[in-house]
Design a protein around this ligand. Structure first.
Ligand SMILES: C[S@@+](CC[C@H](N)C(=O)[O-])C[C@H]1O[C@@H](n2cnc3c(N)ncnc32)[C@H](O)[C@@H]1O
Length: 362
Protein backbone atom coordinates (compact mmCIF):
# COMPACT_ATOMS: atom_id res chain seq x y z
CA UNK A 1 0.00 0.00 0.00
CA UNK A 2 1.44 3.42 -0.88
CA UNK A 3 1.45 6.17 1.74
CA UNK A 4 -1.17 8.92 1.29
CA UNK A 5 0.25 12.00 -0.48
CA UNK A 6 -1.64 14.46 1.71
CA UNK A 7 -2.38 14.68 5.40
CA UNK A 8 -4.37 17.01 7.65
CA UNK A 9 -2.04 19.85 8.72
CA UNK A 10 -1.25 19.74 12.43
CA UNK A 11 -1.16 23.53 12.91
CA UNK A 12 -4.24 25.75 12.94
CA UNK A 13 -2.25 28.52 11.20
CA UNK A 14 -1.36 26.42 8.17
CA UNK A 15 -2.33 28.11 4.91
CA UNK A 16 -1.98 31.61 6.34
CA UNK A 17 1.36 31.50 8.14
CA UNK A 18 4.30 31.55 5.74
CA UNK A 19 6.43 29.45 8.11
CA UNK A 20 5.29 26.10 6.71
CA UNK A 21 4.31 25.63 3.08
CA UNK A 22 4.02 21.86 2.91
CA UNK A 23 2.48 20.71 6.17
CA UNK A 24 -0.35 19.09 4.20
CA UNK A 25 2.08 16.82 2.32
CA UNK A 26 2.55 13.40 3.91
CA UNK A 27 6.01 13.18 5.53
CA UNK A 28 6.98 10.16 3.39
CA UNK A 29 5.98 11.97 0.17
CA UNK A 30 7.83 15.11 1.28
CA UNK A 31 10.97 13.09 2.07
CA UNK A 32 10.76 11.45 -1.35
CA UNK A 33 10.41 14.84 -3.05
CA UNK A 34 13.40 16.24 -1.15
CA UNK A 35 15.50 13.21 -2.01
CA UNK A 36 14.61 13.68 -5.69
CA UNK A 37 15.40 17.40 -5.42
CA UNK A 38 18.93 16.74 -4.19
CA UNK A 39 19.47 14.08 -6.86
CA UNK A 40 18.25 16.52 -9.54
CA UNK A 41 20.50 19.31 -8.21
CA UNK A 42 23.56 17.04 -8.36
CA UNK A 43 22.64 15.80 -11.84
CA UNK A 44 22.31 19.43 -12.99
CA UNK A 45 25.76 20.08 -11.55
CA UNK A 46 27.08 17.37 -13.86
CA UNK A 47 27.38 14.32 -11.61
CA UNK A 48 25.99 11.36 -13.55
CA UNK A 49 23.43 9.20 -11.82
CA UNK A 50 23.72 10.55 -8.25
CA UNK A 51 22.29 8.34 -5.54
CA UNK A 52 21.82 10.40 -2.36
CA UNK A 53 21.65 8.52 0.92
CA UNK A 54 18.16 8.11 2.42
CA UNK A 55 16.72 11.35 3.82
CA UNK A 56 17.46 12.00 7.49
CA UNK A 57 14.09 13.26 8.70
CA UNK A 58 13.96 15.57 11.70
CA UNK A 59 10.51 15.54 13.32
CA UNK A 60 8.25 18.48 14.24
CA UNK A 61 8.62 19.84 17.74
CA UNK A 62 12.41 20.00 17.53
CA UNK A 63 13.08 23.57 16.33
CA UNK A 64 15.34 25.27 18.88
CA UNK A 65 15.64 28.61 17.09
CA UNK A 66 12.75 30.97 16.41
CA UNK A 67 12.73 34.30 14.58
CA UNK A 68 9.45 35.91 15.52
CA UNK A 69 8.14 38.94 13.67
CA UNK A 70 6.22 41.43 15.78
CA UNK A 71 3.80 44.17 14.70
CA UNK A 72 1.74 46.69 16.63
CA UNK A 73 -1.52 46.96 14.73
CA UNK A 74 -4.41 49.12 15.89
CA UNK A 75 -3.17 49.02 19.47
CA UNK A 76 -2.71 45.25 19.64
CA UNK A 77 0.57 43.39 19.35
CA UNK A 78 0.87 40.47 16.96
CA UNK A 79 3.72 38.00 17.38
CA UNK A 80 4.38 35.20 14.95
CA UNK A 81 5.60 34.79 11.40
CA UNK A 82 4.95 36.62 8.16
CA UNK A 83 2.21 35.49 5.84
CA UNK A 84 3.48 33.93 2.61
CA UNK A 85 5.03 36.62 0.36
CA UNK A 86 3.74 39.39 2.64
CA UNK A 87 4.92 41.61 5.48
CA UNK A 88 1.70 40.95 7.41
CA UNK A 89 2.41 39.23 10.72
CA UNK A 90 0.26 36.21 11.57
CA UNK A 91 -0.48 36.32 15.30
CA UNK A 92 0.25 32.75 16.30
CA UNK A 93 -1.21 30.80 19.18
CA UNK A 94 0.93 27.73 18.55
CA UNK A 95 3.82 26.52 16.44
CA UNK A 96 4.15 22.74 16.43
CA UNK A 97 7.56 23.07 14.78
CA UNK A 98 9.05 24.52 17.95
CA UNK A 99 10.38 22.69 20.94
CA UNK A 100 7.86 22.95 23.78
CA UNK A 101 10.18 25.24 25.80
CA UNK A 102 10.07 27.80 22.98
CA UNK A 103 6.37 27.35 22.18
CA UNK A 104 5.64 28.10 25.84
CA UNK A 105 7.27 31.52 25.45
CA UNK A 106 4.97 32.73 22.64
CA UNK A 107 2.19 34.19 24.83
CA UNK A 108 4.51 35.67 27.49
CA UNK A 109 6.68 37.28 24.80
CA UNK A 110 3.63 38.85 23.18
CA UNK A 111 2.54 40.25 26.55
CA UNK A 112 6.05 41.60 27.15
CA UNK A 113 6.26 43.27 23.74
CA UNK A 114 2.85 44.88 24.19
CA UNK A 115 4.21 46.76 27.21
CA UNK A 116 7.46 47.99 25.61
CA UNK A 117 7.40 51.70 24.75
CA UNK A 118 10.28 51.21 22.33
CA UNK A 119 8.03 49.09 20.14
CA UNK A 120 6.42 51.53 17.73
CA UNK A 121 5.27 49.51 14.72
CA UNK A 122 7.49 46.49 14.44
CA UNK A 123 10.13 44.39 16.14
CA UNK A 124 12.02 41.14 15.71
CA UNK A 125 12.55 38.61 18.44
CA UNK A 126 15.16 35.88 18.16
CA UNK A 127 14.97 33.02 20.65
CA UNK A 128 17.84 30.54 20.64
CA UNK A 129 17.54 27.55 22.92
CA UNK A 130 21.02 26.98 24.34
CA UNK A 131 22.14 24.39 26.88
CA UNK A 132 21.79 27.14 29.48
CA UNK A 133 18.18 27.88 28.48
CA UNK A 134 16.33 30.19 26.09
CA UNK A 135 18.46 33.14 25.01
CA UNK A 136 16.17 36.02 23.96
CA UNK A 137 17.11 39.02 21.83
CA UNK A 138 14.56 41.77 21.08
CA UNK A 139 15.22 44.28 18.27
CA UNK A 140 12.82 47.23 18.53
CA UNK A 141 12.10 49.94 15.93
CA UNK A 142 12.20 52.64 18.65
CA UNK A 143 14.42 53.59 21.58
CA UNK A 144 14.02 51.31 24.59
CA UNK A 145 13.17 53.27 27.75
CA UNK A 146 14.48 52.58 31.26
CA UNK A 147 11.09 51.04 32.02
CA UNK A 148 11.45 48.78 28.97
CA UNK A 149 14.82 47.58 30.23
CA UNK A 150 13.32 46.87 33.65
CA UNK A 151 10.57 44.83 31.98
CA UNK A 152 13.13 42.82 30.02
CA UNK A 153 15.04 42.11 33.24
CA UNK A 154 11.85 41.01 35.01
CA UNK A 155 10.94 38.79 32.05
CA UNK A 156 14.35 37.09 32.12
CA UNK A 157 13.98 36.44 35.83
CA UNK A 158 10.42 35.19 35.63
CA UNK A 159 11.25 32.79 32.77
CA UNK A 160 14.68 31.80 34.07
CA UNK A 161 16.46 32.94 30.90
CA UNK A 162 20.27 32.90 30.91
CA UNK A 163 20.38 36.20 29.01
CA UNK A 164 18.10 38.83 27.51
CA UNK A 165 19.33 41.40 25.00
CA UNK A 166 18.24 44.43 23.04
CA UNK A 167 19.55 43.47 19.60
CA UNK A 168 23.22 42.63 20.14
CA UNK A 169 23.44 44.38 23.54
CA UNK A 170 22.91 42.14 26.55
CA UNK A 171 20.55 43.77 29.07
CA UNK A 172 20.92 41.03 31.67
CA UNK A 173 23.16 37.96 31.84
CA UNK A 174 21.98 35.71 34.68
CA UNK A 175 24.36 32.84 33.93
CA UNK A 176 26.74 32.06 31.07
CA UNK A 177 24.70 31.39 27.91
CA UNK A 178 26.54 28.22 26.99
CA UNK A 179 26.12 25.82 24.10
CA UNK A 180 28.13 22.63 23.77
CA UNK A 181 29.13 22.21 20.12
CA UNK A 182 30.52 18.67 20.15
CA UNK A 183 32.89 19.36 23.03
CA UNK A 184 33.57 23.01 22.22
CA UNK A 185 31.66 25.01 24.83
CA UNK A 186 30.65 28.24 23.12
CA UNK A 187 29.02 31.42 24.46
CA UNK A 188 27.13 32.45 21.31
CA UNK A 189 26.53 36.17 20.84
CA UNK A 190 22.90 37.35 21.13
CA UNK A 191 20.83 36.28 18.10
CA UNK A 192 23.63 34.06 16.81
CA UNK A 193 23.05 31.76 13.85
CA UNK A 194 22.31 28.24 15.07
CA UNK A 195 21.27 25.21 13.08
CA UNK A 196 17.49 24.92 13.52
CA UNK A 197 17.52 21.78 15.67
CA UNK A 198 19.93 19.82 17.86
CA UNK A 199 18.95 16.72 15.86
CA UNK A 200 19.61 18.37 12.48
CA UNK A 201 22.91 19.70 13.73
CA UNK A 202 23.96 16.22 14.87
CA UNK A 203 23.00 14.78 11.47
CA UNK A 204 25.02 17.46 9.62
CA UNK A 205 28.00 16.87 11.88
CA UNK A 206 27.83 13.09 11.36
CA UNK A 207 27.63 13.46 7.56
CA UNK A 208 30.53 15.95 7.55
CA UNK A 209 32.74 13.70 9.70
CA UNK A 210 31.88 10.69 7.53
CA UNK A 211 33.04 12.72 4.52
CA UNK A 212 36.52 13.53 5.85
CA UNK A 213 39.48 11.89 4.10
CA UNK A 214 40.37 8.53 5.69
CA UNK A 215 44.06 9.22 6.20
CA UNK A 216 44.00 12.35 8.31
CA UNK A 217 46.66 12.68 10.96
CA UNK A 218 46.46 15.09 13.86
CA UNK A 219 48.88 17.28 11.90
CA UNK A 220 46.69 17.41 8.79
CA UNK A 221 44.97 20.71 8.12
CA UNK A 222 41.27 21.24 7.46
CA UNK A 223 40.14 24.65 6.23
CA UNK A 224 36.63 25.38 7.42
CA UNK A 225 34.84 28.23 5.62
CA UNK A 226 31.73 29.93 7.08
CA UNK A 227 32.44 28.40 10.48
CA UNK A 228 29.91 30.51 12.43
CA UNK A 229 30.19 30.00 16.18
CA UNK A 230 31.94 26.66 15.67
CA UNK A 231 29.06 24.25 15.23
CA UNK A 232 31.32 21.88 13.29
CA UNK A 233 34.74 23.13 14.36
CA UNK A 234 35.20 21.19 17.60
CA UNK A 235 34.22 17.92 15.94
CA UNK A 236 36.63 18.59 13.05
CA UNK A 237 39.44 19.45 15.47
CA UNK A 238 39.28 15.93 16.90
CA UNK A 239 40.59 14.74 13.51
CA UNK A 240 42.97 17.46 12.31
CA UNK A 241 44.10 21.01 12.88
CA UNK A 242 41.39 23.41 11.79
CA UNK A 243 41.71 26.84 10.26
CA UNK A 244 38.22 28.30 10.79
CA UNK A 245 37.16 31.30 8.70
CA UNK A 246 34.04 33.35 9.39
CA UNK A 247 32.79 36.83 8.44
CA UNK A 248 30.79 37.73 11.53
CA UNK A 249 33.01 39.29 14.19
CA UNK A 250 30.83 38.30 17.20
CA UNK A 251 30.44 34.71 15.97
CA UNK A 252 34.16 34.35 15.35
CA UNK A 253 35.02 35.90 18.72
CA UNK A 254 32.77 33.32 20.41
CA UNK A 255 34.45 30.48 18.53
CA UNK A 256 37.93 31.81 19.25
CA UNK A 257 37.18 32.21 22.95
CA UNK A 258 35.71 28.69 23.14
CA UNK A 259 38.81 27.25 21.47
CA UNK A 260 41.13 29.06 23.88
CA UNK A 261 39.21 28.32 27.09
CA UNK A 262 38.69 24.73 25.98
CA UNK A 263 42.43 24.18 25.52
CA UNK A 264 42.03 23.84 21.76
CA UNK A 265 44.01 26.91 20.72
CA UNK A 266 46.73 24.69 19.25
CA UNK A 267 44.19 22.74 17.20
CA UNK A 268 41.93 25.54 16.03
CA UNK A 269 43.01 28.87 14.64
CA UNK A 270 40.51 31.43 13.47
CA UNK A 271 40.36 34.15 10.86
CA UNK A 272 37.79 36.85 10.38
CA UNK A 273 37.28 37.35 6.70
CA UNK A 274 34.53 38.47 4.36
CA UNK A 275 34.69 35.64 1.86
CA UNK A 276 32.54 37.50 -0.65
CA UNK A 277 34.99 40.37 -0.86
CA UNK A 278 38.20 38.50 -0.12
CA UNK A 279 37.87 34.79 -0.86
CA UNK A 280 40.56 32.47 0.44
CA UNK A 281 42.98 32.02 -2.48
CA UNK A 282 44.12 28.79 -4.11
CA UNK A 283 47.61 29.49 -2.80
CA UNK A 284 46.35 29.81 0.78
CA UNK A 285 44.52 26.52 0.41
CA UNK A 286 47.64 24.64 -0.70
CA UNK A 287 48.40 21.74 1.63
CA UNK A 288 44.88 21.52 3.08
CA UNK A 289 43.73 17.92 3.33
CA UNK A 290 40.10 18.96 3.16
CA UNK A 291 37.90 22.04 2.87
CA UNK A 292 34.58 22.07 4.70
CA UNK A 293 32.26 24.87 3.65
CA UNK A 294 28.82 25.79 4.96
CA UNK A 295 27.87 28.98 3.13
CA UNK A 296 24.72 31.08 3.61
CA UNK A 297 21.58 30.54 1.48
CA UNK A 298 22.91 32.25 -1.64
CA UNK A 299 25.99 30.05 -1.69
CA UNK A 300 29.71 30.76 -1.61
CA UNK A 301 29.81 32.93 -4.79
CA UNK A 302 33.35 34.22 -5.48
CA UNK A 303 34.87 31.66 -3.09
CA UNK A 304 34.11 28.81 -5.49
CA UNK A 305 36.62 29.64 -8.26
CA UNK A 306 39.74 29.64 -6.02
CA UNK A 307 38.47 26.54 -4.30
CA UNK A 308 38.23 24.68 -7.61
CA UNK A 309 41.60 26.05 -8.69
CA UNK A 310 43.25 24.82 -5.45
CA UNK A 311 42.49 21.16 -6.28
CA UNK A 312 42.11 20.21 -2.62
CA UNK A 313 41.61 16.43 -2.56
CA UNK A 314 38.40 16.50 -0.52
CA UNK A 315 35.58 19.04 -0.35
CA UNK A 316 32.64 18.75 2.05
CA UNK A 317 29.90 21.17 1.07
CA UNK A 318 27.04 21.77 3.54
CA UNK A 319 24.16 23.43 1.73
CA UNK A 320 20.79 24.83 2.76
CA UNK A 321 19.87 25.67 -0.84
CA UNK A 322 19.82 22.96 -3.54
CA UNK A 323 19.69 25.59 -6.32
CA UNK A 324 22.93 27.23 -5.12
CA UNK A 325 24.43 23.77 -4.66
CA UNK A 326 23.61 22.78 -8.26
CA UNK A 327 25.25 25.97 -9.52
CA UNK A 328 28.33 25.81 -7.29
CA UNK A 329 29.01 22.07 -7.54
CA UNK A 330 29.11 22.31 -11.35
CA UNK A 331 32.67 23.71 -11.66
CA UNK A 332 33.90 20.92 -9.36
CA UNK A 333 32.31 18.32 -11.64
CA UNK A 334 33.94 19.98 -14.67
CA UNK A 335 37.31 19.95 -12.86
CA UNK A 336 37.12 16.18 -12.43
CA UNK A 337 35.83 15.87 -8.86
CA UNK A 338 33.80 12.74 -8.16
CA UNK A 339 30.69 12.69 -6.04
CA UNK A 340 31.60 10.47 -3.07
CA UNK A 341 28.50 10.93 -0.91
CA UNK A 342 25.42 13.09 -0.57
CA UNK A 343 23.01 13.20 2.35
CA UNK A 344 19.69 15.03 2.35
CA UNK A 345 18.77 16.21 5.84
CA UNK A 346 15.20 17.35 6.26
CA UNK A 347 15.58 19.67 9.20
CA UNK A 348 12.72 21.81 7.91
CA UNK A 349 9.67 19.54 8.28
CA UNK A 350 6.46 20.93 6.82
CA UNK A 351 8.32 23.10 4.32
CA UNK A 352 10.16 22.64 1.05
CA UNK A 353 13.53 23.74 2.47
CA UNK A 354 16.31 21.20 2.34
CA UNK A 355 19.71 20.89 3.99
CA UNK A 356 22.29 18.59 2.48
CA UNK A 357 25.88 17.49 2.90
CA UNK A 358 27.81 16.66 -0.26
CA UNK A 359 31.27 15.10 -0.35
CA UNK A 360 33.46 15.58 -3.42
CA UNK A 361 36.88 14.04 -4.05
CA UNK A 362 39.61 14.17 -6.67
C1 LIG B 1 24.78 28.56 7.20
S1 LIG B 1 25.73 29.47 8.36
C2 LIG B 1 26.79 28.21 8.92
C3 LIG B 1 27.49 28.48 10.20
C4 LIG B 1 28.07 27.28 10.92
N1 LIG B 1 28.83 26.43 10.05
C5 LIG B 1 26.97 26.50 11.61
O1 LIG B 1 26.67 25.38 11.21
O2 LIG B 1 26.41 27.01 12.58
C6 LIG B 1 26.67 30.49 7.33
C7 LIG B 1 27.74 31.32 8.01
O3 LIG B 1 28.38 32.10 6.99
C8 LIG B 1 28.69 33.36 7.53
N2 LIG B 1 28.84 34.27 6.39
C9 LIG B 1 27.88 34.81 5.63
N3 LIG B 1 28.40 35.58 4.66
C10 LIG B 1 29.76 35.53 4.82
C11 LIG B 1 30.86 36.11 4.14
N4 LIG B 1 30.66 36.92 3.10
N5 LIG B 1 32.10 35.84 4.58
C12 LIG B 1 32.31 35.02 5.63
N6 LIG B 1 31.30 34.43 6.32
C13 LIG B 1 30.04 34.70 5.92
C14 LIG B 1 27.55 33.68 8.45
O4 LIG B 1 27.92 34.65 9.42
C15 LIG B 1 27.25 32.31 9.06
O5 LIG B 1 27.99 32.11 10.23
Amino acid sequence: MTAPATVVPVCRHFGVCGGCSAQDVAPAALAEAKHARLAAALARAGFADPHPAPVVSIPMGTRRRADFAVARVAGAVRLGFHETRSRTVVDIAECPLLRPELEALIDPLRALLARLQGLRKSADVRVNLLDAGADVSVALDGEATAADRARLVAFAQEHDLPRISLGAEPVLIRRPPTLDCAGLVVLPPPAAFLQPSFEGEAAIRAAVLAGLPPKLTRKSRIVELYAGIGTLTGALAAHARVHAVEGSAPALAALDEAARTGGQAGRIDTERRDLARRPVTAKELAGAACVVLDPPFDGAGPQIAPLVEAKVQRIVYVSCNPEALAREAAPFARAGYRLLASTPIDQFPGSDHLESVVVLGL
